[in-house]
Design a protein around this ligand. Structure first.
Ligand code: FE2
Length: 260
């Protein structure tokens, strides 16, 4: 069972990176199931119905999210109507959206759980560790495989979560920081782990955004609206064969590409 997990898709540049690289990745690695984090896929913040449809048409099966999922008001119009766009399961009760899903792929049931860390996130979330325990008890007998997108800032929290769920989830990978880590490994009880896949968006950017505004903010404390960088294309993914336990990171880029 070959799976491709795609790091945070940042704005139109990220969607262009999907269009540019996903077809050749599909041809080369033949994934059976593709999951992408799409919380920044519309203008760098949130997702719209149109962008959701675009990503579905590109061949992605399931979208996960995080702290920016509700940034575009459009989300409230459709999030309850789709079964393959997930919000972090540890959002407080009452927040709209599907918190995990079970998807049948080639006769096997894959459970996808989206959770969010609490360190440096600034959102009143329930405990992601205990929320995993709760969901795991619900789905362990209904699934052949379980994968988790752990959307978090601190690598320490990601590490801790990985070892906490080792042997229960098949794959735990991180999103949110937009910077890839090189710590992919097999944990002692058999789970495959990566702290962060990194972004899919502009090659030259500050975590996907145009470089001028963040530098000005660091120098002066004065901020203005962040714009998605259009400078080059970068695709970052994590390929996992759930059957053979083979895994590796994928990084493809075109430094000179410009959407203008
Ligand atoms: Fe995020």
């Amino acid at each position: 069972m070959k799976c491709l997990f795609i790091g945070d898709i940042i704005g139109r540049t990220g969607r262009n990176a999907i269009k540019r690289f996903l077809p050749e990745i599909k041809e080369k690695y033949e994934p059976d199931f593709i999951v992408a984090n799409a919380e920044n896929s519309a203008g760098g913040f949130g997702i719209t119905k149109k962008v959701y449809n675009d990503l579905m048409n590109s061949g992605i099966d399931v979208l996960t999210s995080g702290n920016h999922i509700f940034d575009k008001k459009d989300i409230f119009e459709f999030i309850e109507d789709v079964d393959n766009l997930l919000i972090p399961a540890n959002y407080p009760p009452g927040v709209p959206g599907k918190r995990y899903g079970i998807y049948n792929v080639n006769g096997k049931n894959i459970g996808v759980i989206n959770l969010m860390g609490r360190v440096f996130m600034g959102i009143p979330l329930d405990c992601p560790f205990r929320k995993f325990d709760e969901i795991y008890e619900d789905i362990k007998d209904k699934t052949d495989y379980i994968v988790v997108d752990f959307h978090a800032e601190a690598t320490s929290e990601k590490n801790a979560f990985g070892y906490y769920v080792d042997g229960r989830a098949d794959v735990i990978y991180g999103t949110h920081s937009h910077v890839a880590t090189a710590d992919e490994k097999l944990l002692p009880k058999g789970s495959i782990y990566l702290s962060d896949i990194g972004l899919t968006g502009a090659y030259h950017s500050i975590i996907g955004m145009d470089i001028e505004t963040p530098i000005k903010k660091f120098l002066t404390g004065i901020g203005s609206k962040y714009e998605v960088s259009k400078d080059g294309l970068l695709f970052q993914g994590f390929f996992v064969d759930l059957t053979t336990k083979e895994f590796f990171r994928i990084k493809l880029y075109e430094e000179k590409w410009n959407s203008c």
